[in-house]
Design a protein around this ligand. Structure first.
Ligand code: ZN
Length: 111
């Protein structure tokens, strides 16, 4: 299924194809602060439709992962994974018609 996603202020918008089966919460130093439930997808299943200029990139540590967020409202929308450069995590809280509280997430141990 294709979901519409956006940051809080709607400057950043995207489509994502996911069956919402691979849901993770990661325990690394940045994810534990975000506490977002992420849908893990292939990067080809993500399409940014608006907000290329509003997206900001945050990197740290080994600089392999790319953490994207809206520079206006600060919301994390998606990231490119360290362990899998073709894989992406998308913030399920940003997806329309998805209630992240109903999703069961496995813990990704990245400590
Ligand atoms: Zn925003």
């Amino acid at each position: 299924m294709i979901y519409q996603g956006s940051c809080h202020c709607k400057a950043v918008q995207f489509n994502v194809k996911t069956d919402l089966q691979n849901i993770k919460q990661c325990n690394c130093s940045i994810c534990v602060r975000k506490s977002a439930k992420m849908s893990i997808i292939h990067k080809d299943d993500f399409q940014l439709t608006q907000g290329e200029k509003e997206i900001s990139l945050y990197q740290f540590g080994t600089y392999n992962a790319k953490h994207f967020f809206c520079k206006i409202c600060g919301i994390y929308t998606h990231h490119i994974r360290k362990s899998d450069p073709n894989g992406m995590g998308v913030n399920t809280g940003c997806l329309e018609e998805v209630n992240p509280f109903e999703l069961k997430a496995d813990i990704l141990d990245n400590k």
